[in-house]
Design a protein around this ligand. Structure first.
Ligand SMILES: Nc1ncnc2c1ncn2[C@@H]1O[C@H](COP(=O)(O)OP(=O)(O)OP(=O)(O)O)[C@@H](O)[C@H]1O
Ligand SMILES: [Mg+2]
Length: 265
């Protein structure tokens, strides 16, 4: 491991964005991005619509290459998608294959990773069980609620046993109750797997509730405007954590940031 792969807290970094810039269609979308993501942390990204959150996640997923600077994953440039980096999209309806059952959808990830057939069954069952879908293995996506479909997308990613999970507003389309359960399930899966999570959201409270750190982007071009450490104890609780003075203080800080960032439009 190189010195640069260690952060100041002595924890190894998984991602390093070094002076990253990205131009798309002749327009500078992201500029001067410097972000280190530590192994095993949950980093949340917030920012006004159109500021470049999805674009940043696509860079982390190897779906875009930077026009300037570099994105390092475990010390090496991220040049293409990897099996051990899974992406969860907001639009679960389009992410799942309607003609495959829950089992079939999870199998897809394992087929792509060329996991031997004999090994697949156990991994599929384990992944579905982790997200509470063990009894729905034979259902098709259209027979499932939105929350169940999003759980299925998460199960498919878990089957890949990823080092990193990239989540792009994954719960945005769900009702408040389902959203809270999925937040807690995400925290439980994180505690269980130790995966590194980059989580994009519009919801500032969701970012604080989940994150070890929250980064706020400024728009035009997208760049880091604020970075806050979330020193709230884990495990977190929907009621108690959200009532902590520290939670309310961070919420105020992020709201102020977003309000000011609207002035950059
Ligand atoms: N392929 C592309 N070509 C040109 N411009 C693009 C392309 N993809 C995104 N953009 C522009 O880049 C900017 C950032 O887009 P992005 O989707 O990353 O924003 P976002 O922060 O995820 O927004 P939202 O919160 O609405 O999802 C927008 O101005 C968008 O129009
Ligand atoms: Mg987006």
């Amino acid at each position: 491991m190189t010195d640069s792969a260690m952060n100041s807290a002595g924890r190894q970094s998984l991602y390093e964005f070094r002076d990253v810039g990205l131009t798309l269609g002749g327009k500078l979308i992201l500029n001067g991005i410097e972000i280190t993501v530590r192994k095993g942390e949950i980093l949340c990204i917030v920012g006004a619509s159109g500021c470049g959150k999805t674009t940043l996640l696509r860079l982390a997923g190897g779906l875009y290459r930077p026009s300037q600077g570099s994105v390092l994953f475990d010390g090496a440039p991220m040049t293409m998608p990897r099996q051990d980096v899974a992406i969860i999209f907001q639009d679960y309806g389009r992410a799942l294959l309607p003609w495959r059952t829950a089992t079939g959808n999870v199998a897809l990830a394992l087929e792509a990773a060329k996991v031997p057939a004999a090994e697949r069954k156990g991994r599929i069952e384990a992944s579905l069980a982790k997200v509470g879908l063990a009894d729905h293995a034979d259902k098709y996506p259209t027979e499932m609620s939105g929350g169940m479909q999003q759980r299925l997308q998460i199960a498919r990613c878990l089957a890949q046993e990823p080092q990193a999970l990239l989540m792009d507003e994954p719960f945005g389309a769900l009702d408040a109750m389902t959203r809270q359960s999925l937040q807690d399930e995400t925290l439980a899966l994180h505690a269980d797997s130790g995966a590194t999570i980059i989580f994009v959201t519009h919801d500032l409270e969701e970012a604080i509730y989940l994150g070890d750190r929250v980064i706020g982007l400024l728009p035009h071009p997208g760049r880091v405007g604020i970075e806050i450490d979330v020193h709230l104890p884990r495990p977190r609780s929907q009621l108690a954590t959200r009532e902590e003075p520290e939670f309310l203080r961070l919420r105020r800080e992020l709201f102020d940031f977003i309000e000011k960032s609207e002035g950059h439009r």
